[in-house]
Ligand binder design. Structure first.
Ligand SMILES: Nc1ncnc2c1ncn2[C@@H]1O[C@H](COP(=O)(O)OP(=O)(O)O)[C@@H](O)[C@H]1O
Ligand SMILES: [Mg+2]
Length: 368
């Protein structure tokens, strides 16, 4: 897997929420920087301490170079950037608005403000959008994209198509567009024609809401084509030869079931699948001898003190066995055709660059 990863310029790290995507993305970017590359991790929700460790304490939608004493003397460079869907959406408007007047109108429009931060899937779409733009700039050797915490990893893959569909045949087109093409006049026609619903809406929300709505769709219409072309470009970029998807999963059945669906979706969508990272795997980390000794007999006066240790150990062994079974199932599930790498469950959370280094070391060493 490390070989596959090392050759790509866009690495997209997917998986369901909470499996360790953000941490693993940062660890991959750091490991690649150690190899001499100029790498950037584009992240969305780093845990607070990790964000601080990477100099991302203040939300910024611009790439920032990570400087820390542990990185001194490193051959490459590590950069980091925090994604903000709304900022990216705004930048798209700036790019595609036909005039500065329309640009201002849209950005100030309350419907736009709502849509740009809560349109279903817009966060996923904007993440990919941002990254494709970064890739185009050729400022970095490699970009590692940490994807948004979707309920379902699949949501992310479909984002460009959904955006295209939304623009093509969404509510806008079949309901509003013909009317709004006529501007305010059309709007009053619509209000007159399909009256009831709108009158109720109007009563509930006030006329201003409807005016905002009208204005939003009226101006947005002028940008359809630009937006659509862009979404298509993003869609193609994800399938290009120098992109690769890596899926992170937990050694846990629900997460693995999702992974199977995800694998299929990538295959059907013609997207390159680089491999699977199973994170937080419980491994036996020594201590067996101690347990053996304890099992053989503990001085009576110490028995109660050691009972807790033993119990913990047995429980832990249970987890080790469970995880090992999951890994086997995963290999069966994927027909042993994909690289799988496990990352151990560390005792402490990974909240600084040392932790990332440790993780990166495991990801990029030879044996599993
Ligand atoms: N292998 C691991 N061992 C121990 N803690 C981990 C491991 N991987 C991730 N964590 C911790 O789990 C928490 C969630 O990880 P995060 O990367 O933010 O998940 P996600 O981005 O998938 O939601 C973080 O506190 C992180 O430090
Ligand atoms: Mg995350």
């Amino acid at each position: 897997m490390s070989e596959i990863i090392e050759q790509q310029s866009l690495i997209i790290v997917c998986g369901s929420g909470g499996v360790g995507k953000t941490t693993i993305s940062a660890a991959i970017a750091l490991a690649l920087a150690r190899q001499g590359k100029k790498s950037i991790v584009v992240t969305i929700d780093p845990a607070k301490r990790l964000a601080q460790a990477m100099g991302l304490a203040h939300l910024s939608a611009r790439p920032q170079k990570v400087t820390a004493s542990v990185l001194e003397g490193m051959r490459g460079e590590l950069w980091a950037m925090m994604l903000d869907a709304k900022t990216t959406f705004d930048e798209l408007i700036v790019r595609y608005a036909p005039s500065s007047e329309i640009r201002e109108k849209i950005l100030k429009n309350r419907i736009y403000q709502h849509v740009s931060s809560s349109l279903a899937g817009s966060q996923e779409y904007m993440a990919i959008e941002e990254v494709c733009e970064l890739a185009r700039g050729e400022k970095f050797d490699v970009i590692v994209l940490d994807t948004p915490p979707t309920h379902h990893a699949l949501d992310f893959l479909g984002a460009p198509q959904r955006m295209i569909r939304f623009l093509d045949e969404g509510v806008i087109k079949w309901f509003f567009k013909p009317y709004f093409a006529l501007g305010r006049v059309g709007f009053s026609l619509l209000a007159g024609a399909s009256g009831k619903v709108l009158r109720v809406l109007e009563r509930l929300t006030g006329f201003e809401f409807l005016q905002d709505l009208s204005e939003f769709f009226f101006h947005f219409r002028e940008m359809y084509d630009g937006f659509k072309e862009r979404a298509q470009w993003v869609y193609d970029r994800l399938r290009s030869r120098d992109s690769v998807f890596v899926v992170v999963t937990a050694p846990e059945r629900q997460s693995m079931r999702e992974l199977k669906l995800f694998h299929r979706a990538l295959k059907e969508g013609g997207m390159p699948f680089g491999g699977i990272i199973v994170n937080r795997v419980h491994l036996l980390g020594g201590g067996e001898e101690l347990v053996e000794a304890l099992n053989e007999g503990v001085p009576a006066e110490l028995e109660s003190a050691f009972e807790g240790v033993l119990e913990f150990w047995r429980e832990y062994q249970g987890m080790v066995r469970y995880d090992a079974r999951c890994l086997e199932e995963l290999e069966d599930l994927t027909g042993r055709s994909l690289p799988i790498r496990s990352v151990p469950h560390f005792e402490e959370e990974i909240s600084d660059l040392h932790g990332l280094d440790k993780m990166g070391g495991i990801l990029f060493t030879e044996s599993t």
